[in-house]
Design a protein around this ligand. Structure first.
Ligand code: ARG
Length: 564
C-alpha cells in the first residue's frame, strides 16, 4: 500500500498545509471497502477554516482531482474525502511483490539491531502449571514471533520459579511423608506439596522446619542443594516435554536460582543509595512517597531473599547481558503491584533503562482447569484437546480427505483451538474457555483459520492449472478480489500494530478478517473451469492469501496444514 498511501499523503499535504505525518495519523479506511481505499476526515480543517466539513471535502476533491497518478479518484462523501487506488496497479504491486509467495511475506527489517527481551511462561518448579502460566506461554511466545518477524532480535527468557521458601516446604514434606522415588515423580511432588499445607494447619512447627531448610539451601548446604537439584530436574523435564509439544522455545532458562549469587550486590547498592530501611525486622524499600502503599521486600527477618530480590537482580543482569531496548514481562494482572514496585525501585536506583521495562499483563481464564483450583494438568489438557478435535472433525466435517496422519492433524487442531481462544481476545480481558467454542470450525477460532488455509490448498491442488507468479492480475475486477488484495497489503501493518501494543489479538483479528473475506469471495473467484487468464489471476491471488494466512498462523502458534 506504501506508494499509494504516500501519494495520498503528499497530495493532501499540498492542499491542506498539514504535514504528511499529521495526515498519516488521521487517514483511515472507509467503513465499506467499495467506498474507496482511504478516507480523510475534514473535521480538524473545518475547525481551523471555520467551514463545514462536507464543504471542505468537496473543495479538496476538486483540487486534488487533476494531480492523481497511482490514485484514480477523489470523492467527497459527507465530511470525508475518499480516495481510490488504481486497482490494476495496486493488484500488481501487491501480488507481484518479490515476497508475495515467499516465506518472508510481511517480514520487515525495522527491528534490526534492536533487542527485545521477553520473560514468559516462567512456571514454578515442583508445582503444576497454573492457567496463568499457559496464557503467559501462549502470549509470550507469540510476541516473540511477532517481534522477530519485524526484524527484532528477541531473547526469550524462562524465569523459572526455582528458588524460594517453597523448597523448604517441599523438602520437609519429602522428609516426613515421601520416599526417594518421589523425587522423580512430579505428581508425587505436587501431592506432597499439597499435603504440607494441610499438615501445617495442624502442626505450625513445620513452618519453622521449612524456613530452616530453605535457609540451609541459601547457604549452600549440600543435602538441601542435592534435593533441590533433583526436584528441579524432574520439573524441568516435564516442562520441556510440554514446550516441545507446543513448539515453544526459550533462549535462556535463567530461573530465580540463577540469581542466587547476584542478589547481595543489588541489595548492597540499594543500601548504599539509602533506599532501604528495616521494618519489623525485614529489609524493605518504602515506596509510599512514590504513590505505592506497599513497600518492596528485599529480605525477610531471617535474612532470606524474596521474589522481588531475585527480580531486581534479574533485571540488572538482563540489561547488562542483552542490552535490551525493551524488557517485557508477560505475567498475569494479579502481579501488577509487584511490577510497579520493581520498576519503581529500578528507577530509584538510577537505572536509566527502568522505563524500558514493561508488564505485559493479562486477565484470568475460567473453565480450563481440569482438576482442583486453578491448576491445570497440561498434558491432560492437550490430550483432551486432541480427542475433542478428532471427535469434532468426524462428526461435523463431511467429505474429509484421506489423511495419513489423522493424529497429527487432531493434535494441531487441538493446539490451534487453545492458542486462538487465548490470542483472539485482548489480553487484559478475563475470558471463559469453552471447548465447544474453541474447537468449532465456524466462528472466531483457530480451526476456522486452519480450515480456510486448507481449503485454498485444496483449490490449488484440484484446479487443474499451474500457479503462475506472473499471472496478469490486472484482470481481477471483482470487489472481493480488491478486498483481498487490500487486506494482503496490510499484513505488515497488522504485525506492527500488534508489536507496538504487545497485543497479539490484533494479528488474530486481522487473520480472521482475511479468512472471512476469503469465505465471501470464493464463489466470485472460482478458478476451475474459468477462462485461462482469469483463472491464473485468481489462482495467484488465492495463493498469496494462503501464504499470508500460513505466515500469520505460524506466528500465532497454529500449524497451517494442506489437508484436514
Ligand atoms: N514464577 C512466577 C509465578 O509463577 C512468574 C514469574 C514471572 N517473571 C518474573 N520475572 N517475575 O508467579
Amino acid at each position: 500500500m506504501n506508494a499509494f498511501r504516500q501519494e495520498a499523503l503528499d497530495v493532501l499535504s499540498r492542499h491542506t498545509g498539514m504535514e504528511p505525518s499529521e495526515i498519516d495519523a488521521v487517514l483511515s479506511r472507509p467503513h465499506k471497502p467499495e467506498l474507496g481505499d482511504f478516507a480523510f476526515p475534514c473535521f480538524q480543517l473545518a475547525k481551523e477554516l471555520k467551514k463545514a466539513p462536507p464543504q471542505i471535502a468537496e473543495e479538496l476533491a476538486e483540487k486534488v482531482a487533476g494531480e492523481l497518478e497511482l490514485l484514480t479518484e477523489a470523492r467527497a462523501l459527507g465530511p470525508y474525502l475518499n480516495l481510490f487506488v488504481n486497482r490494476q496497479e495496486f493488484a500488481r504491486s501487491v501480488l507481484h511483490a518479490p515476497s508475495a509467495l515467499a516465506e518472508d511475506i510481511g517480514k520487515s527489517s525495522e527491528g534490526e539491531g534492536r533487542v527485545i527481551a521477553i520473560d514468559f511462561s516462567s512456571p514454578n518448579i515442583a508445582k503444576p502449571f497454573h492457567v496463568g502460566h499457559l496464557r503467559s506461554t501462549i502470549i509470550g511466545s507469540t510476541l516473540y514471533r511477532i517481534f522477530a518477524s519485524l526484524g527484532y532480535e528477541c531473547v526469550g527468557i524462562n524465569h523459572l520459579g526455582d528458588w524460594g521458601t517453597q523448597f523448604g516446604k517441599q523438602i520437609v514434606a519429602l522428609k516426613h511423608w515421601g520416599e526417594e522415588k518421589d523425587l522423580e515423580d512430579l505428581d508425587a511432588l505436587n501431592d506432597l506439596y499439597v499435603r504440607y499445607h494441610e499438615e501445617e494447619q495442624k502442626e505450625p512447627g513445620l513452618a519453622d522446619e521449612a524456613r530452616d531448610w530453605f535457609r540451609r539451601q541459601e547457604q549452600g548446604d549440600a543435602e538441601a542443594i542435592a534435593l533441590w537439584e533433583k526436584i528441579r530436574e524432574t520439573s524441568l523435564d516435564y516442562f520441556k516435554m510440554i514446550y516441545e509439544r507446543l513448539s515453544v522455545r526459550f533462549d535462556h532458562y535463567t530461573g530465580e536460582s540463577f540469581f542466587n549469587d547476584k542478589m547481595d550486590a543489588v541489595v548492597d547498592r540499594a543500601d548504599s543509595l539509602g533506599l532501604t530501611s528495616v521494618s519489623e525486622g525485614a529489609l524493605v524499600i518504602d515506596l509510599e512517597e512514590h504513590g505505592i502503599d506497599t513497600p518492596a521486600l528485599l529480605r525477610k527477618t531471617d535474612g532470606a531473599t524474596l521474589y522481588m530480590t531475585r527480580d531486581l537482580a534479574a533485571a540488572c543482569h538482563r540489561h547488562e547481558s542483552y542490552k535490551f531496548e525493551k524488557l517485557l514481562y508477560v505475567v498475569g494482572t494479579a502481579q501488577s503491584l509487584h511490577f510497579r514496585q520493581l520498576f519503581k525501585v529500578l528507577e530509584l536506583m538510577g537505572e536509566p533503562w527502568a522505563g524500558d521495562c514493561m508488564h505485559v499483563n493479562f486477565g484470568l481464564v475460567q473453565g480450563m482447569s481440569s482438576r482442583k483450583g486453578n491448576v491445570i494438568y497440561l498434558e491432560e489438557l492437550l490430550d483432551e484437546a486432541k480427542r475433542r478435535a478428532q471427535e469434532y472433525m468426524s462428526a461435523n466435517v463431511d467429505k474429509r480427505p484421506e489423511l495419513e496422519d489423522e493424529e497429527a492433524v487432531a493434535e494441531a487442531v487441538g493446539i490451534a483451538a487453545i492458542f486462538f481462544s487465548d490470542l483472539g481476545k485482548q489480553r487484559i480481558k478475563d475470558y471463559n474457555f469453552s471447548w465447544e467454542r474453541a474447537i468449532s470450525f465456524e466462528g472466531d477460532t483457530g480451526p476456522y483459520l486452519m480450515n480456510a488455509h486448507a481449503r485454498i490448498a485444496g483449490i490449488i491442488r484440484k484446479c487443474g492449472i499451474e500457479l503462475d507468479p506472473d499471472a496478469d492480475v490486472t484482470l481481477l475486477e471483482e470487489q472481493s478480489a480488491h478486498d483481498l488484495v487490500s487486506l494482503i497489503s496490510r499484513y505488515t501493518d497488522a504485525l506492527r500494530e500488534a508489536a507496538k501494543t504487545c497485543e497479539p489479538s490484533i494479528l488474530a483479528a486481522y487473520l480472521l478478517d482475511l479468512a472471512r473475506a476469503l469465505h465471501s469471495g470464493y464463489k466470485e473467484l472460482r478458478v476451475k473451469g474459468e477462462e485461462k487468464k482469469i483463472a491464473a489471476a485468481r489462482l495467484l491471488l488465492l495463493a498469496v492469501v494462503k501464504n499470508v494466512l500460513a505466515s500469520g498462523m505460524k506466528i500465532l502458534g497454529i500449524k497451517p496444514l494442506e489437508k484436514m
